[in-house]
Each structure stands twice: as structure tokens, then as C-alpha cells.
Design a protein around this ligand. Structure first.
Ligand code: G3P
Ligand code: CA
Length: 301
């Protein structure tokens, strides 16, 4: 097995292989387990706060279905390109209402050890997340979720983020920040409003890849990203499919982060699975089980 170089380990939604995702308990565990940074997702509430959740709908990762007082707010809502679902949506709830919910494990069958914690942890606001002392001196990665969707609904998420960051003392506490989004317009807006306080990383999955995959097409696509942002956070599959992408990104000065390593996807051995990720040559890897990846990476350093 040819290992090329060590890489940073990012706790994806904290240590979401072990605790319900995007909770303070999940984030703290990721740092205890040796993560170099932790990643969280943010969405807005009805009253203009940001909370740490991955989706605009609430039933997959909270106990909202067990709250009869909110039963009448279940409705059909947009969750993607021409896709709807019946659910409860974050934009219909105030922060105070969100704080009455508790987090649940998204993948309860796959991760029963995490599901044991269902109902125990609060849904953090971004303010609470930033204030947590376990983040002191650490690197935090904040992903703005569904930016265009919320812009259409009238939520200026990048502006809310800039306000919250401006009011927090994270810089005095030695925290470093990366801000990410799949939405280039929202990420550019965040960069304009927040300035050089953070690195800005553009997220890419299959639908974000260029339609012109010739050398010229890929070069033009990467040149444009490099003219706007500091890095690319890319679905690992795209890198496995095209082994030249990482060096092309590095040639343009872009950081390259790959997502997401999850041991449940290992086909042969867990070590072989992680080594596949490490050998991609990226600067960082998002991992649902940061302890296992961090242990392997530490053995290489
Ligand atoms: O930050 C990279 C990764 O988190 C993006 O995908 O769906 O897990 O937010 P997702
Ligand atoms: Ca994310």
C-alpha cells in the first residue's frame, strides 16, 4: 500500500458516526478523538438566527414528530430541485421553539450506538457553537446550507452569518475559520461580507462538475474557482474518477478537501478504505469516525 502523505482529519458534523450529528456533544467528541478541525452545517430560523442543522426539514435529525404542539406545522415544502416532502421546516420555527427539540440519529439502523443518545442533546444555535470552550484554539469549518433556497424565501443567510461572527469573540480565543458552501453565489456573498477572516471553500458534488470535461473545460472551471475562493471541498468519488484533479487544483493554489469517509462504506478493510482516501493527496478529509482516520494518519506522521 503506497501512502503518499499525511492529511488533516475533519470531524464531519462532529463525530457523527458516534453521536447524533451537529450537536455540541458530537463536536466535542471529535476533538477528543483527535480531529484537526470540525465541520458543521447552518440553516436559518424564522426569527433570523442560525442553527446547526444539515437540512431545512427537521424530522430526520430531531424529535419534532413527538411534539404535539407542532403537529399542525407539518406541511409540504421544497427540499431541492422540484422535490418536495411533507415535513416540518426550520424557517417556520423560532430559535426558542427549536430549543425545545432534541437531536436524533439520522441513520439509527446503521448507527445504533449513536441512536442510544436520541433525545438527549439540544440543537445548538451557531452562537452557542461558537461560544463552546472546546473550540478554543481550534479550526472550525462552517457550511452554509441551501443558500439560494433560503435567499428565495427572504433569508439573507450570508449576512446573518457575518453578523453572528462579528458579535462573537472567536478570534480572541485563537479559533480559525473556514466557510463553505455548494452555492457559489452565497459563498461569494459571505466572502464579501465577512472579508479575510476565514478561508472560503467551494463545495462540489457530481452536479457541480463542469459539463465540459476536456482539459480546457476543466482548466476554465478551476481557474474560475481559483479566482474566487481559497479551496475546493469535493466529493471523493470525483477524485477517484479523475486522478488528475487534485494536482490541477493544487497547481492553482487551491486547498483540496475530500468528503466523506465513513467506515460503513469500507468494502475490504477499514485501513484499505482510509488509505484510498489518503492516497488521493488532498489536504483534508471529512470523516464520520474521526478517531479511526486520525489514528491511521498519526501512524504516518
Ligand atoms: O463539508 C463537506 C460535506 O459536509 C458536504 O456534504 O452533505 O455532508 O454537508 P454534506
Ligand atoms: Ca456539511
Amino acid at each position: 500500500m503506497g501512502i503518499t502523505k499525511p492529511v488533516l482529519v475533519f470531524g464531519h458534523r462532529g463525530a457523527c458516526g458516534y453521536r447524533p450529528e451537529n450537536t455540541l456533544e458530537s463536536f466535542e467528541l471529535a476533538f477528543i478523538q483527535g480531529a484537526d478541525a470540525i465541520e458543521c452545517d447552518v440553516v436559518p430560523t424564522k426569527d433570523g438566527h442560525l442553527i446547526v442543522r444539515h437540512d431545512s426539514w427537521l424530522s430526520d435529525t430531531t424529535d419534532i414528530a413527538e411534539h404535539p404542539e407542532f403537529a399542525d406545522r407539518k406541511r409540504e415544502g421544497l427540499v431541492g430541485w422540484q422535490m418536495t416532502r411533507q415535513d416540518w421546516f426550520v424557517e417556520d420555527f423560532t430559535l426558542a421553539e427549536i430549543k425545545t427539540l432534541r437531536a436524533t440519529e439520522r441513520l439509527a439502523d446503521l448507527r445504533p450506538g449513536s441512536a442510544k443518545f436520541n433525545g438527549q442533546f439540544e440543537i445548538p444555535s451557531l452562537d452557542e457553537f461558537l461560544a463552546a470552550s472546546f473550540n478554543d484554539g481550534k479550526h472550525l469549518i462552517i457550511e452554509i446550507k441551501h443558500g439560494s433556497h433560503f435567499a428565495l424565501l427572504g433569508f439573507p443567510v450570508a449576512a446573518i452569518l457575518a453578523r453572528i461572527l462579528g458579535e462573537s469573540n472567536w478570534r480572541e480565543r485563537g479559533i480559525t475559520l473556514t466557510i463553505e458552501s455548494f452555492d457559489a453565489a452565497v459563498l461569494s456573498q459571505a466572502k464579501r461580507l465577512c472579508g479575510d477572516i476565514a478561508k472560503y471553500v467551494f463545495l462540489v458534488e457530481s452536479w457541480g462538475m463542469p459539463s465540459d470535461r476536456t482539459d480546457l473545460g476543466v482548466a476554465a472551471w478551476l481557474d474560475e474557482i481559483a479566482s474566487k475562493f481559497d479551496g475546493v471541498g469535493i466529493e471523493a468519488k470525483q477524485l477517484f474518477d479523475d486522478g488528475s484533479l487534485v494536482s490541477k487544483m493544487h497547481d492553482r493554489g487551491l486547498l483540496v478537501y475530500a468528503w466523506t469517509a465513513k467506515v460503513e462504506e469500507a468494502v475490504a478493510s477499514i485501513e484499505e478504505y482510509y488509505v484510498g482516501f489518503i492516497n488521493l493527496g488532498t489536504d483534508g478529509i471529512f470523516a464520520d469516525q474521526p478517531d479511526l482516520l486520525a489514528e491511521l494518519v498519526a501512524g504516518l506522521s
